[in-house]
Design a protein. Structure first.
Length: 282
């Protein structure tokens, strides 16, 4: 997968015509296999954009930092398009504020040319929404994104508790997962509320568990399954296992999961009461 020349040419045209104020994409990093999120404001900068299998950063949330400039061009794969839908549903963005350059995705790889875990679990390789698509759609994968959850569910209660205890013992509460997540857009996070007894600053497993579980419920039925939380975690915690467990439960209890950015309309299974809700689990 290498669309570098195509997206450079299109980015130059869009900036030159004034159709967009800038283009958010990727540029080359210091090492051959590294790509860095990049905002191209000029034609010269647009000619440094890169789009290949090493572009592992999801870009959707970067739009919020640039939207005051005018219409923002965004290189948009499946994960970026779902993030944009989520931001629109959460009233963080208007559709007319972004121009989406659709990119069919065949998955990102590591320096050893191994497909990233989140790409192996991806359900939507093509953008859900776009203004233009620069190539033919990629074949949609047939995979089991709940394999990690099924393994967790097969454990006994004590083994599951040990799994999560180890996870929260390791957490350093750097909040990188929150910063990267397109569903986390609160102006003041609950973890930083200046309220006594709300969220402690001390480093212990209970406070880390409180942060992790509360954040997962806040994201809850809005998770777009982009895997950014897990990718940016400096401790390598399996954060998507917890999110996939919630998605799987919603799938089974409330019907097909619709919160993952498949539309720009909010579908909040856990926060919206319906008279025909499934109630067998209550």
């Amino acid at each position: 997968m290498d669309y570098t020349e195509t997206i450079r040419k299109r980015a130059v045209e869009l900036i030159e015509s004034g159709e967009v104020a800038c283009i958010i994409g990727w540029t080359a990093g210091r090492l051959e296999y590294q790509r860095t999120p990049f905002c191209a404001n000029t034609i010269d900068q647009a000619e440094t954009l890169v789009c290949d299998q090493h572009c592992e950063h999801a870009l959707g949330k970067y739009v919020l930092e640039q939207k005051d400039k005018g219409c923002i061009g965004l290189l948009t794969r499946g994960c970026e398009s779902r993030a944009i839908n989520r931001l629109i549903a959460d009233n963080q963005l208007k559709r007319e504020e972004v121009y989406l350059i659709g990119i069919p995705c065949y998955g990102c790889t590591t320096r050893e040319n191994v497909e990233l875990k989140r790409c192996a679990e991806c359900q939507f390789r093509n953008p859900i929404i776009y203004d233009e698509l620069i190539a033919d759609p990629a074949p949609e994968p047939k995979n089991n994104r709940f394999a990690d959850v099924e393994e967790l569910e097969s454990m006994g209660r004590e083994k599951r508790r040990a799994f999560f205890d180890l996870m929260y013992e390791t957490c350093i509460r750097c909040h990188a997962c929150r910063q990267a997540c397109p569903c986390c857009t609160c102006k003041v996070c609950f973890a930083e509320q200046e309220r006594e007894g709300w969220q402690g600053k001390q480093f212990d497993i209970e406070q880390s568990r409180y942060y992790g579980v509360t954040r997962s419920f806040h994201v809850g039925d809005r998770c777009i399954e982009c895997g950014e939380c897990e990718r940016v975690c400096p401790m390598g915690l399996p954060l998507m296992t917890l999110m996939h467990k919630q998605v799987k439960d919603i799938d089974e209890l409330f019907g097909p999961y619709e919160g993952g950015g498949l539309t720009s309309e909010p579908h909040d299974a856990m926060r919206m009461f319906k008279q025909d809700d499934v109630e067998e689990f209550m």
